[in-house]
Design a protein around this ligand. Sequence first.
Ligand code: FES
Length: 694
Amino acid sequence: MALTGWDKDVSPYHSGEIALHRRLGREAKQEKMGRFIHRPYMPDQHREFFAQLPFFIAGSVDQDGWPWASILFGKPGFVSTPDDRTLQIAALSVDGDPFLENAGEDAPVSFVGIELPTRRRNRVNGVVRSAKDGVAVVDVVQSYGNCPQYIHTRELEFHRDPKAPVDIKREAFDRFDDASRAVISKATTFFVASHNPYDDQRVNGGVDVNHRGGNPGFVKIDGNTLTIPDFIGNFAFNTLGNFMVNPKAGLLFIDFETGDLIQLVGRAELLLDKDDDIAAFQGAERAWRFHLDHGHRLVGASPLTFAPGEASPNTKLTGDWQQAQERLAAEKSRNDWRAFRVVKVEDESSVIRSFYLAPEDGAATVRPKPGQYLTIKTQPEGAERPVIRTYTLSSAPSDPHYRISVKREDARGDRPAGIVSSHLHTTLNEGDLIEARAPKGQFVLDTSEARAAVLIGAGVGITPMISMVRQAVSDGFTRRYLRPLTVIHAAASTAERAFVGEFSKLQRETEGKLRYLSLIENPAEGEEAGREFHVEGRLSAEILQSVLPLADYDFFLCGPPTFMQAAYDILILLGVRDGRIRAEAFGPASLKRKVEIVDQPAQKEPAQAEVRFVSQPTAKTWTPADGTLLEFAETQRLTPNFGCRSGSCGSCSTKIRSGAVSYRNQPEFPTEAGEALICCAVPADDTTPLELDL
Ligand code: FES
């Protein structure tokens, strides 16, 4: 019977790797995983895989202890496996490459085989048993497969016989020259060798070589230093773990256009904490620097041509250093208005329309968190001044554009039509400009949380939910962990229901791991539960009980105030703790929570106060029951600008002509002297009458 897994008592990982697992709280999990995936022999699948490769990436160590990453070329069959613990390489390394010299008897070596057209990758580390006449025979120590991750496809072809003798020019350097800079700064792929000389090279020490991939510009070059982001991978940390115990590193860049090989050795410096630069780099979890010691270029050394193919889907979820710099700049001016062009308009339902927005200056935008909103400024026809509103983003943070999805608020009874939503629906077209501030908001899903989440959205309140789900699926794809999510989507009718196609697609992509339930209050004639939607009627305790098995959930609610209150009350009735319920309400009313308020300091509010709005002839008397100054102004038939109604967007900022205000809840948005965020302000306990520029 074939052996499976790691057969030794000692861990397949060494102390450097384990230190990084521990840092992420994954020590036990990774140990279990490592014992499962590492084998002291090559499975048949890997042996067949290696035998058909035209190149093999190799890691070795020179006399001075520098690890080198090399590429070995040969017609398929040049890598063979006489048995499952022996790897044999007719090592046709190019002139000037140090592999053959380094791969003497008893030397630690490492290999990664990559089939570029398919992105398959398998690895093997070992120790040289014998090296004679250009053939290295290697005892396998660790063999394991790796996911394709950040590998881009390429089509390969030999443009000359790899055995044909050619003069390869070797250009040595100890500083990056222009030619190296040009290749490295646009590289999408390189290979890195690292070495742990301290642990047993026949167990878990020795050399490691592996692939790194990203978008052009993912390697930053400053003087003699490269900075490289570390994306989510398999959490083994073979390379970074080696750097923990020995900073010496070897890098190989291939100029896929000219066939030049650039081999470098230097010292690695780990950047394990996410500073602002790393945090701004999309997809980067940490980073490392490489300080060049010396290297060389082997001109035209590759007998293979590498025609570009498709970019790795994982790489599409990552950024580059220029984008990171632009993001940092955008973050610094996040409260400034910025012009965005509408690049696409799409109807999501009979009443909801999406607008895709791209920054007019072409620079990167602030990356939103899933569930945040965008504050926009626009001037509807007939409006005396620009009007500010907030709309939740329905795009995922990893999407290339911001997308807001706006419900057209038609006139109903006494209620007039929404001036901004009508304006956006009727006049905003592809190519038009609109101003927006950076995304904000606290109603955010943490996609890395283990606890299951239930997202309950009604009407246009489904917009943050689609953003949350899209990001959770995107993160799940790279992390290989999808936070368990159930979406309960209430809509008046199937015609008004938005994003049903997107939710269904995400369900298929996650093989049903994402649960989606559509509630329709008024089905059209001929529509049936179980076909066009799942359940007829409104959200109820029975529905929640029937779809949610007993478990601990985080609930996210978004929708009209009456729906929110009803949903919240049902959850409380079902025994859900208030702290587990996050809510984002549309409209002026906020959720009345059932929480015991302990030691709430008394608010310093006057029993009544005179408030004068400059557009009105007389002052009015405010009492605490009138609510915030925004609510009070609305009852006086004024229409101040507002967005979040919770002190975080700045939309309601109003000049104070006299008097002072105090805040019921301290606003998150910075306030200027002489201005008030009226959505959370009330008159101060002050004798001067309050006069507001409204
Ligand atoms: S409405 Fe957003 S700060 Fe007042």
